[in-house]
Design a protein around this ligand. Sequence first.
Ligand code: PLP
Length: 341
Amino acid sequence: MEKRDLNWSEIGFAYRETNQRYVSNFIDGAWDEGGLTSDATVVLNECAGILQYCQEVFEGLKAYTTVNGDIVTFRPDLNAERMMDSAKRMEMPPFPKERFLEAVEQVVKANADWVPPYGSGASLYIRPYMFASTPVIGVKPADGYQFRVFCTPVGPYFKGGAKPLTICVSDFDRAAPHGTGHIKAGLNYAMSLHAHVTAHAQGFDENMFLDPGTRTYVEETGGANFLFVTKDNEIVTPKSDSILPSITRRSMLYVAEHYLGMKVTQRQVRLDEVKDFAECGLCGTAAVISPVGKVVDHGKEICFPSGMDAMGPVIQKLYDTLTGIQLGTVEAPEGWIHKIC
Ligand SMILES: *Cc1c(COP(=O)(O)O)cnc(C)c1O
């Protein structure tokens, strides 16, 4: 198989149409057989549920080429399960886990020429999603749904080294108490765009959202979970019902505990204790972990001792170990690496 002729380190994070994508429709109360198509367009009725009442959930994962030349995905079973949870909360029919895994596998195989080579730092980003495809005008769940998976190659997240981020404490909330913060739905992103654009216009890289009920505890950013390192070398991550359970963060905690022998705690984290941590990072599929150098709370600066030049030592070790597991240079826990071809 001939690889695409791309400058993998320069492609960035942008959509590029690839060969094939997977489509299955939920009609008359059941998912159809589904299959691959080369058609990248979706044609919908003007009154489709997704267009009117925003019934949509999605996932994000990556395929990598390992040091041995295998194409693999990382813990795709957790994406399948999380998408089922998201669908249930949105009154959508869950797409079965085994079929989700099969669809991802078919899409990666059909686009193997788009999977960046080992050592390029780039990867194939995979986007499973489903949405209400039939007309709804009175408010209720739609009758018909479409599940799709497409993929697009993405460049290395940290070009020329990871530069620590500056983030601001947002005046907006990303999720309501007892709302949809814990599921992966486009609607959570639609309503965070204003906060995102506002933060960028003020020169910040990201928002730190606080708990929507009391605005005293740290939640997450628009698309990544926080991980803190204490001055005693322990890991702390925020616990909340309105945080999206990041697979990267859950994997990071396991790596910290079982590979690095660190103490790991998941608990509520008050904004006013953030100043006491030694390091801070943001966990998500896109970057694995991005270091945070500074948090700005309405003019008051919290600067982590790890500084603004490079990742702190603990976050660097977590990053190296987890990316090593993904790329096959560090032995993976049982079941984490799913070989495709
Ligand atoms: C997807 C997502 C994350 C990161 O989750 P991963 O499974 O690690 O990619 C974090 N926060 C939000 C809001 C997300 O949508």
